[in-house]
Design a protein around this ligand. Sequence first.
Ligand code: SF4
Ligand code: SF4
Length: 259
Amino acid sequence: MVSLTVLRAIKVTPTLIARFALLPFRKVRNPCLYCPGICLASCPTFLESGSLALSPLGYSRSPALWEEKCAKCWRCTFECPLGYALPEAFGKPLRIEVEVVRGGAPLLVSVEELDLEYAEKLSERLGAGLAVVKGLDARYTRGGPLDRSSIDSAKKRLAAHARVFALSPEAAHALGLEFLPLHPSELGIKVDYEGVVHAPCLLRGVEERVIESLRAAGARITGVDRDSCLKVKPRGQTLYLCPRARRLGLLSIYDLIAP
Ligand code: SF4
Ligand code: SF4
C-alpha cells in the first residue's frame, strides 16, 4: 500500500490515476516509464544523492545505472501502485536450492552467502534443525528474478517442516517465511540491547510487529530507523536485523543472540 508520506509528496492527479488504470490494457514492458515517481521518497540512493538519475525513474530508463547503483533494496516496490519489481527488472534469472542439513523443530533457514555462521551457532544453541538456501543472495546484491520452479521446489521442501524461521529478511521475503526476530520469546531467546533498531527494507510491512517482539524479548528500544538503508548509508549506532550488517562491521541481532 502506498504510504501517506508518499501520497503527500506526489500530486496524485486524475491523469495519473487514469494512466495507471489503463496500463493493464496496454502492452507495456516497463510500466515505470508512466509514473512521475510515486516511490521517490522511499529510494535511499535518491535520498542520499538528490539525483533523479539515481532513483527508480533513472534506473528504469538506464539498465547500466541500475546495475551499478541501484541497491536492490526493494523499498520502491512497496510504494509502487503497480508493485513493479524494479530491483529485478533487468537481471538474469537466478536459481536457488534448499538443502536440509539437519532435521528438527524449529527449522532455521539460512542463506548460505549471508548468515550460515550465525545459523549454525543458533541451531546448536537451540537444538534446532537447519536448512541452507543457496544462490539467494545474488537476487538482493546483483538483482534478478528467481526462477519460478526453483522457488516452488524450495517452498515444497520447507513446507514439510513445522515451525520454520528465516534468519535473514532475504529468506523471509523470497520464500514467504516467518522472520526469526518476530519470534524471539517463542524460541526462548532474550535480547539484551538498548538503543535504536533499524527496520529492514525488505520487511516494511512487519516493522511494528518486529519492534513489539524485540521489546517482549527484553530489548529497550529507544527509536526506529525507517529511513536509511544498510546498503547505501548505514548508521553506526543502530541494531540491524539483517545478518549482512556483519560484512560492514555493524551490529546485527545475531551478534547478540548467536555470538
Ligand atoms: S517504480 Fe512504480 S512508483 Fe516508482 S517511479 Fe516506477 S512506476 Fe512509479
Ligand atoms: S531497489 Fe532501492 S535503491 Fe533500487 S530503485 Fe528501488 S528503492 Fe531505489
